[in-house]
Write a protein that binds this ligand. Structure first.
Ligand code: NIG
Ligand code: FE
Length: 406
């Protein structure tokens, strides 16, 4: 059976303990058969019963659970690099959106893409993403905003889940913004979501979660409540984009609904964070979005002292977060949001699994879980996110199979 050798440290990242309890095992090994982990512990304590004979050489590097990117908008048409440059010159994200750019410009570019084009592009991205050590990814719709294109995006994800080795977890984000056709009849768009799309998506099992962007220029708290209560009735668990630019009080809605995660949280109030913590909602921070929109970063230490579990994700999308480099987002979470590297590691493994409902099978190196492992050319977690090589990962193992070696 396969096992790791020459590993300086295995971080198991099991959930017990505080956010920085990553459970290092010095000179550790992981043994698995098929796609399931059989044993984790110090190499010199490996019980004789394991005929571990297929060594994967870690070359003195470290092993971590395969990384989990628990918030992305993977499928879209076009890019918006012009907007990024305009923001550097002083325009705001809202100015650009109000002038017809922003999310609606990507909606135009996405509607013109065929499913085949979307699949091809996502597949290329996933190939690069897996080389970084990422083995599971959450993917949102939300750049279609009409029946045909929202379904095409979710069907794209369904096809990718069949062809890509990665675990792909789809979320319906029909409530990203109100599309232009419905500007003067918002309630008709909400009816389309609640009466047609949510029932159809649930029936066809095209998404696990339903997300709403609560923000000025997007959806109100009352609209989000209506959409997410409907989604819950159909078995889609709620997620929310909240407090990115303005605190509209949506944290209390996330708590009231028992959302699985609340994401962004750049300008959350202390009482909002407390409410999320008491309801057990995972706080997902998205440092790229703060960096690219040139906004203050979410205060991760305040989240931890409020009792929240924090996850770190890329938010990969063409507007506010055009990079899928999760280790770079983790380094930013350290330098700009104030997490330690150990806290960021749990944020992109077990807590990210919690944010997408996968803790039973993913997010930590424990007996019985999936053998999803990333091997990094680094002596330890502090060194890894400090030096931040172009790509420290030289071996990604997914469901027990080695994907990429460079
Ligand atoms: O998560 N906040 C809303 N949605 C995305 C941005 C989408 C875009 O600008 O295209 C986000 O940051
Ligand atoms: Fe997002």
């Amino acid at each position: 059976v396969p096992y790791l050798k020459n590993c300086s440290v295995v971080y198991t990242c099991e959930s017990s303990g505080a956010q920085d309890a990553v459970h290092p095992v010095a000179n550790g090994t992981v043994v698995w058969s098929g796609s399931t982990i059989d044993w984790v512990g110090p190499f010199n304590k490996l019980p004789a019963q394991f005929s571990a004979d297929q060594a994967i050489d870690c070359r003195g590097g470290m092993a971590i659970p395969g990384l989990i990117d628990c918030h992305t908008h993977l499928a879209f048409g076009g890019w918006r690099e012009n907007e990024c440059t305009a923001r550097i010159k002083g325009q705001s994200y809202a100015d650009i959106a109000n002038a017809g750019g922003g999310i609606l410009s990507t909606v135009r570019d996405t509607r013109s893409q065929s499913q085949e084009q979307l699949v091809t592009r996502c597949f290329q991205h996933l190939n690069q993403i897996s080389k970084l050590g990422v083995t599971t990814i959450e993917v949102k719709s939300g750049y279609g905003l009409d029946r045909a294109t929202e379904l095409r995006l979710l069907e794209t994800y369904r096809d990718l889940a069949k062809t890509s080795p990665l675990t792909i977890v789809p979320t319906f984000l029909g409530a990203h913004v109100v599309p232009t056709e419905f500007t003067d009849k918002r309630s008709d768009y909400i009816s389309l979501l609640c009466e047609e799309l949510i029932p159809e998506i649930a029936e066809r099992k095209l998404a696990n979660f339903c997300d709403v962007f609560v923000e000025q220029g997007a959806f109100t708290v009352a609209e989000a409540r209506q959409i997410l209560i409907t989604a819950q009735r159909y078995g889609l668990a709620p997620k929310l984009h909240i407090d990115q630019f303005h605190d509209l009080g949506a944290a209390f809605l996330a708590a009231e609904l028992g959302a699985i995660s609340a994401d962004h949280l750049e300008c959350s109030s202390d009482s909002g964070l407390k409410a999320l913590a008491e309801a057990g909602v995972v706080a997902v921070i998205l440092p790229f979005a703060s960096m690219y929109t040139r906004q203050p970063f979410a205060q991760a230490q305040k989240m931890l002292s409020s009792g929240l579990q924090v996850a770190v994700a890329t938010d990969f999308n063409p507007g506010s977060a055009p990079s899928y480099h999760l280790p770079f987002a983790m380094a930013l979470a350290c330098q700009m949001n104030g997490l330690t590297p150990a806290e960021a590691l749990k944020g992109a493994t077990i807590n990210a699994a919690k944010a997408i409902g996968l803790t039973a099978t993913h997010g930590s190196l424990e007996v019985g879980k999936c053998a999803d492992i990333a091997i990094m050319n680094s002596s330890g977690i502090d060194m890894w996110l400090y030096h931040l090589e172009a790509n420290s990962c030289f071996c990604t193992i997914k469901n027990g199979k080695e994907l990429e070696t460079k």
